[in-house]
Design a protein around this ligand. Sequence first.
Ligand SMILES: Cc1cc2nc3c(=O)[nH]c(=O)nc-3n(C[C@H](O)[C@H](O)[C@H](O)COP(=O)(O)OP(=O)(O)OC[C@H]3O[C@@H](n4cnc5c(N)ncnc54)[C@H](O)[C@@H]3O)c2cc1C
Length: 396
Amino acid sequence: MSESYDAIVLGAGAAGMMCAATAGQLGRRVLLVDHADEPGRKILISGGGRCNFTNLGAAPDRYLSANPHFAKSALGRYRPQDFIDLVERHGIAWHEKTLGQLFCDGPARQIVTMMAQECARGGVTLLLGHPASAIAHGDGLFRVTIAGRDHTAPALVLATGGPSIPKLGATGFAYDVARRFGLSIVQPRPALVPLTLGPEEALFRELSGVSADVAVKSGKTAFREAALFTHRGLSGPAMLQISSYWQHRTPIAVDFLPDQRADWLVAEKRAHPRATPGAVLARHLPARLAAALADRLALSGDMANAPDKMLRAAEARLRAWPFTPSGTEGFAKAEVTAGGIATSELSSRTLEARRMPGLYAIGEAVDVTGWLGGYNFQWAWASGRAAGQALAEEAV
Ligand SMILES: Cc1cc2nc3c(=O)[nH]c(=O)nc-3n(C[C@H](O)[C@H](O)[C@H](O)COP(=O)(O)OP(=O)(O)OC[C@H]3O[C@@H](n4cnc5c(N)ncnc54)[C@H](O)[C@@H]3O)c2cc1C
């Protein structure tokens, strides 16, 4: 005997809970499954424990995807304000930190509790602590075996995320199931991830712990945020952001003087001829970083001794300091996975697979990856909502 539902949602993370709650509240009988013992583990540790649950600027151009238009439909129908309304209905206090990033005032667990309550309101059956050991399809029904029992439904939603941070239970399971049903996958890669530097950049690795406000560029993409030097390379919001766009073996350019006007070093020479270049840089940059940069630029003696031409060349270097990362810290440290189930396989309105009716994919499992700062949760909520509504529209 198998237990039958209208839909089975695999993965009780942000996207899966939103999808299950939506479909359940619209009258569908939904089974929500996770191999972890509790739902929403990534939500719990997100945003430094305060969950950066959305971003006021969540527009489609802040997402990476092989099809930059794909996310428009879902994001347009479930906006940051919709999630804020939900958070406020649950009495959760929040604040804007910076750059449109909204965080809970209290612990991130409030968001998990809220989503669990929304699932309960929709009568969702939650099955935790067991992986799906087999998935089959026949006679218009998906059959999922969990802990030795079969569960069937005409709709199956893949909401198991991507493989970033495996120690939290993250897997490439969604890709395996999608491939089995003939869907193609855009090569998954770590994103929002620290970059590593090779031995030739040892000087900078010695700056471990130093951070500075920089502008960083890779190709045509640039971010203005804090960068952090680590014992392995480069981290901090600016570097995590650029990592999603970085291509292996290409340089990134760091502007250490984003606030200084052109010819700043020459003006400093006129104003402070007896200062050392290191001391001039240290007025705007952390002392250890200023010293390392002055050393690399071979600027010694007083400012007065440096010809204007040399100072202009040094300034040009400081405005586009090239680093060629040796790699990234990989999926173990990546906040998200870029790539995933190809958007060309899915309807942007319903997130249903075109060539496998009844199969849906949402959240991070799909080839849609947001910037740092609440954008990834907004995609998880919006895609979960879109699929949940579609499940309720389907005649089952
Ligand atoms: C440290 C960290 C901090 C982050 N902070 C933020 C933030 O503040 N703001 C933001 O927008 N984004 C943040 N992110 C990214 C965000 O967490 C993800 O983009 C988001 O959780 C994706 O939601 P999802 O539901 O698609 O996948 P997930 O939240 O990863 O959920 C997938 C679920 O599927 C389950 N699962 C996996 N494999 C299986 C399987 N084989 N069988 C059954 N269940 C399975 C997992 O246990 C998990 O519960 C952060 C990520 C990390 C790692």
